[in-house]
Ligand binder design. Sequence first.
Ligand SMILES: [Zn+2]
Ligand SMILES: [Zn+2]
Length: 360
Amino acid sequence: MRGIVFDGKALALIDDLEGPDPGPGEVEVAIQASGVCHSDLSVVNGTIAFPTPVVLGHEGAGIVARVGPAVANLAVGDHVALVTLGQCGACPACDAGRPTLCRETFGKRPTPFRVRGKPHHNFANLSTFAERIVVKANQAIRIPKSVPFASAALIGCGVLTGTGAVFHRAKVQPGDSVVVIGAGGIGLNVVQAARIAGAHPILVLDTNRDKEALARRMGATDFVDPRAEGDAVAAVKARTGGWGANHVFECVGAKRLMEDAIKMADWGGNVVLIGVAPPETKVEFEPLGLLLDVSIMGCRYGTSQPQRDVTRICELYLAGRLELDALVSKRYPLADFERLVEDMEAGKIARGVLEMPGAA
Ligand SMILES: [Zn+2]
Ligand SMILES: [Zn+2]
């Protein structure tokens, strides 16, 4: 089959990639669409250290092609959106309905691929840059056939993460004020979830004015260019009655922005740090400022419960309440992956999706 391999130096499309057969509790999915995320490029440019050769890609959707033994909930032909967790289902965290805290959710599928006999690594329990992958059955969530694959491909990364941060981690309430720093793949989903939760106002901070239209379409009530305003913290306080916001979501992973985010929270407010910072990053803040019941939170994968949340995301999408199509900037055939990466690095697209139709 075809797949994109990163050998430590460059990405290359090959056609002699081989994968395993589905074992007990596993299914093989014929990938129809895969998003390309900054985390994939971070491996390529060295920001994320990862063993090579590796098949990248961690957001995708496809069709169940083969079902291994002891799988009761999926059948060949089902359309599925993929999630990275693959929780064990049998530990205290899983028992408590907290799959994102399951200790079995990292690196459980070391080298499933072969190219002329040579082992190739998996990425994020998925590797959606291959035409067919084997996953645990609980990583493939059945979706309605009316949800397009390119749109469904984004659910398992930015959509689940961004909406879950609002619904499950911060638990935003109607009328709460929300600040979103960074209107990228995660930030836009924080914005639309805040809108669905009934937040007001929803302030979006981003230095790229090209993002304003989409941010407003997602639910932003104000778009603030911090460079134009000079002082981002003052700009937020001026728009939230002088005290700051109930919830501040940092979706970039930059030291300065995380420090600003902490200063933007009102008494009793939440600061949710979602952006992935480089490993050595240290953040400074004055603890005195947190005494007024301010919380700083981390958030893994939207604190999600994938079966429930992916299903709800599809229901909201089909009801016209949640946007997925607009998050896809452009679609590319698998063979054009180099053009997609170029467009992404040039800032021309927010989210490109690779399509590999008919691979089933
Ligand atoms: Zn991602
Ligand atoms: Zn578990």
